[in-house]
Design a protein around this ligand. Structure first.
Ligand code: 3PG
Length: 395
């Protein structure tokens, strides 16, 4: 695909697909990372004299104009992050959008209203695609985190206009390629999270590509129970035991080493500072649940990292939102950060919870790359083709 290196944007109307779908709590943006990561692309385009027309979805209004899902306040925040005024149009296609674009001067930035206010966005409807394509001369996609959606603004419009990857899209793809495409070996993957069932494709794909696969989080309980270990009241999926066993067998025959917990932190209740103790995996009491992995497991994982060249991480080890069950996640994250800083490890993390866990551990800027994507990061690790990325290669 082409990048901004191949684009002469001066005087051109550039439709920039961004992901302005930032987390909002009590009416306030709780994390501006996605806005900050857009700055290089917007600045480069504006500085080179483009008319920058930013479009994005925000939450899931399902084709209706839901006022709480307006991009207007997000556009204002983007202006603050950019340190430059940003215009806003009340619609993303049609006369209002067209008039706002016509009023733009070279080097100015305009944000269009939520693309998902139109049902045609998610349907990738040709009329919606035409409405967007009409606004611009070229298309730049910087929304890696929405690239797993084949929508009008992520996929359709890339077929209608000369299409380019923005700097964030480029950085995400380069980081992922370094993790799994052409990685330096040995590669260690850490997969955590609650359920085996939602991460089946991920585990399957990773076990074929990495040298060591560390399984943590509540999904580890399912693997332990499948091997006949007692798991007490721990969260687990009894119906996934056969699947868990076949994942282990397949990985083994393919030469991928699987690391499961050796010890666990257990408590009677899932509550902050609930009394807890460390037990071996054969000794989980019937009335207790595992909420984190224990120090022996952390030591094993750290030794794997010390011998690794590449780490790809998705999902925390424990219930990191509540203390003290964040301990393993924090310790492994800090170990990974240290090895990265020493130039010994290339570390890539991403996916919903993982970003907050890595931020909580204070390593968000210390790993090689932390993706701004949730679902798209996962689908990429699962080995799936992302329609928004594929569409950039059609020209
Ligand atoms: C995300 O936050 O993962 C992206 O913005 C995609 O959002 P969606 O899951 O609503 O398509």
């Amino acid at each position: 695909f082409r990048t901004l290196d191949q684009l002469e944007p001066a005087g051109k109307r550039v439709l920039l697909r961004a992901d302005l779908n930032v987390p909002v709590r009590d009416g306030k943006i709780s994390d501006r990372t996605r806005l900050e990561r857009l700055v290089p692309t917007i600045r480069e385009l504006a500085d080179k004299g483009a008319k920058v027309i930013v479009c994005s979805h925000f939450e899931r209004p399902k084709g209706k104009r839901v006022p709480e899902m307006s991009l207007k306040p997000i556009a204002a925040a983007l202006g603050e992050v950019l340190g430059k005024p940003v215009a806003f149009a009340d619609d993303c296609v049609g006369p209002e959008a067209e008039a706002a674009v016509a009023a733009l001067k070279d080097g100015e930035v305009l944000v269009l209203e939520n693309t998902r206010y139109h049902a045609g966005e998610e349907k990738n409807d040709p009329a919606m695609v035409d409405g967007l394509a009409k606004l611009a001369d070229v298309f730049v996609n910087d929304a890696f985190s929405a690239a797993h959606r084949a929508h009008a603004s992520t996929e359709g419009v890339a077929h209608k206009l000369p299409a380019y990857a923005g700097r964030l899209m480029q950085a995400e793809l380069e980081a992922l390629d370094a993790a799994l495409g052409t990685p330096k070996r040995p590669v260690v993957a850490i997969v955590g999270g609650a359920k085996v069932s939602t991460k089946l494709d991920l585990l399957g794909n990773l076990s074929k590509k990495v040298d060591v696969l560390v399984i943590g989080g509540a999904m580890a309980n399912t693997f332990l129970a499948a091997q006949g270990k007692p798991v007490g009241k721990s969260l687990q999926e009894a119906e996934m035991h056969d699947t868990a066993r076949s994942i282990l067998e397949e990985a083994k025959s393919g030469g991928c080493e699987i690391v499961l917990p050796e010890d666990l932190v257990v408590a009677e209740t899932f509550a902050a500072n609930a009394p807890s103790k460390i037990v071996g995996i054969d000794d989980v009491p019937a009335d207790m649940m595992a909420l984190d992995v224990g120090p022996r497991t952390v030591a094993v994982v750290e030794s794997k990292l010390e011998n690794a060249s590449t780490l790809v991480w998705n999902g925390p080890f424990g219930a990191f939102e509540i203390t003290p069950f964040d301990k393993a996640t924090v310790e492994v994250a800090q170990a990974a950060a240290k090895l990265t800083e020493a130039g010994k490890l290339k570390s890539i993390g991403g996916g919903g919870d993982t970003v907050s866990a890595l931020r909580h551990a204070g390593v968000i800027d210390k790993l090689t790359y932390v993706s701004s994507a949730g679902g798209a990061f996962l689908e990429w690790l699962e080995g799936k083709t992302l329609p928004g990325v594929a569409a950039l290669s059609v020209h």
